[in-house]
Design a protein around this ligand. Structure first.
Ligand code: BEZ
Ligand code: FE
Length: 276
């Protein structure tokens, strides 16, 4: 095809993908082209602006490495991560809601026995976390695998600290025969997502802050149930209504109750959706 113009190029590009063998890939490519071209037409994108866009994406790639995932931050701050979570986790009423995974989970975190301290030297006020994992009918889920991770008192995950090469404030535990779990950790605090890169510049240019309300991450896996990826958010946090990644759900907000000795207690139960 030659002499394409702004009125027929979109159909020509879509036709180029028309013999894609994988039907789902074909659907995705077709829609992507339609929406990308629609966006360019909508804003009457100039060549200079698209050059800046490519520069932004290039810098997003360059700053990304095994410790820093700028593309996840971009997806999160554009609400695309949370939209995808919301579309794919429509659970029956009563189930614990899901929220964004984020870039700071680490596979194969250290294993802990119930009651142990996962902080491993992380800075922060001591905190005791306990709860129960059940199914939607109230049946206890014994032996569920809980992956938990959180920042320290400086608002940094262990993997963000240049000087720390061991796990802190993250671990894997299993519920007991009654579906209960408990462990020690540090008090969750609000923190800004990494904002010294292109995503931070985008937030600044659009008059937005980079903060997430204080939270504790959980991934819960159990045979016969859908995996739950979620966090518990700390009630009273000033960023609950302006989370930079749009992840807060009211059902996930809980109280970290201060104890007489200055430590904190978080009690939160999880309800899993049966696997289909
Ligand atoms: C997090 O909660 O760890 C997180 C989520 C999205 C972007 C950055 C951090
Ligand atoms: Fe987090």
């Amino acid at each position: 095809m030659r002499n394409l113009n702004q009125d027929n190029i979109t159909q020509a590009v879509i036709a180029r993908f028309s013999s894609t063998p994988d039907a789902r890939l074909k659907e995705i490519m077709t829609s992507l082209v339609q929406h990308l071209h629609g966006f360019a037409r909508d804003v009457k994108l100039t060549e200079g602006e698209w050059e800046k866009g490519i520069d932004f994406l290039t810098r997003t790639g360059h700053i990304t490495n095994d410790k820093r995932q700028e593309f996840i931050l971009l997806s999160d701050t554009l609400g695309l991560s949370m939209l995808t979570v919301a579309m794919n986790n429509d659970k029956p009423a009563g189930c614990t809601e899901a929220t964004v995974f984020g870039p700071f989970h680490v596979e194969n975190a250290p294993h802990f026995e119930l009651g142990e301290d996962i902080s491993n030297g992380a800075k922060g006020a001591p905190c005791f976390v306990r709860g129960k994992v059940t199914g939607i009918g109230g049946e206890v889920v014994a032996g569920a695998t809980l992956d938990v991770w959180q920042s320290d008192d400086d608002g940094m995950y262990d993997v963000q600290h240049p000087g720390i090469d061991h796990a802190q404030n993250r671990g894997v535990l299993h519920t007991d025969a009654d579906g209960n779990f408990h462990f020690r950790s540090t008090l969750a605090v609000a923190y800004p997502i990494p904002h010294d890169g292109p995503v931070g510049q985008m937030l600044m240019a659009t008059n937005n802050h980079p903060w997430r309300p204080a939270h504790l991450h959980f991934r819960i896996q159990a045979k016969g149930y859908e995996t739950l990826v979620t966090h518990v958010f700390r009630d009273g946090d000033q960023y609950l209504d302006s989370d930079v990644v749009f992840g807060v759900r009211q059902s996930l907000v809980a109280d970290w109750v201060e104890q007489a000795d200055g430590s904190y207690l978080l009690a939160y139960d999880f309800v899993l959706n049966p696997a289909t």
